[in-house]
Design a binder for this molecule. Structure first.
Ligand code: CA2
Length: 148
């Protein structure tokens, strides 16, 4: 039996990873990110359910579905980081520990990227480490999770 399931959530536009703006986001694709997170989670016996959507409601439904079937969430909310009270409400509503990941160093970019609606309620926060940040976020989240 596995230790449980981690939900990996990637928000709007992250389907373009490795395809557009490599100078900001690198050349690794979203499929590569999902493989990386699966590998890291598997080291601790966890499975991964991955979702990417450009639609806020789809992300919220996936987070709600995780409430009774997952032990934690790794999320890069994309631009919703800086705008979405409803995404924050979904994450606090399901009461699962979550890791907030940003590929780029949002604090070195435009001022509107400096505020996140999630950071103060995140169990883990990783910024500016490229896609490798997903691996650290997954490890640190799992360290805080009680296996089922
Ligand atoms: O650095 C990050 O991971 C961000 O969450 C990425 C978001 C941005 O709005 C946040 O401020 C920081 C943007 C995701 C868009 O991803 C793309 C990837 C490749 C090409 C174009 C967009």
């Amino acid at each position: 039996m596995s230790a449980g399931t981690i939900l990996l959530v990637n928000g709007p536009n992250l389907n373009l990873l490795g395809v557009r703006e490599p100078e900001v986001y690198g050349t690794t694709t979203l499929a590569d990110v999902e493989t990386l997170v699966r590998e890291v989670a598997a080291e601790a016996g966890f499975e991964v359910r991955a979702v990417q959507s450009n639609h806020e409601g789809v992300l919220i439904d996936a987070i709600h579905d995780a409430r009774t079937s997952c032990q934690g969430i790794v999320i890069n909310p994309g631009g919703l980081t800086h705008t979405s009270v409803v995404l924050r409400d979904a994450l606090t509503g399901v009461a699962l520990p979550f890791a907030e990941v940003h590929i780029s160093d949002v604090y070195q970019r435009e001022a509107f990227r400096h505020h996140s609606f999630l950071t103060d309620v995140a169990a883990v926060h990783v910024v500016g480490e490229g896609v490798a940040g997903y691996a650290r976020a997954t490890r640190e989240l799992i360290a805080k999770i009680t296996p089922r």
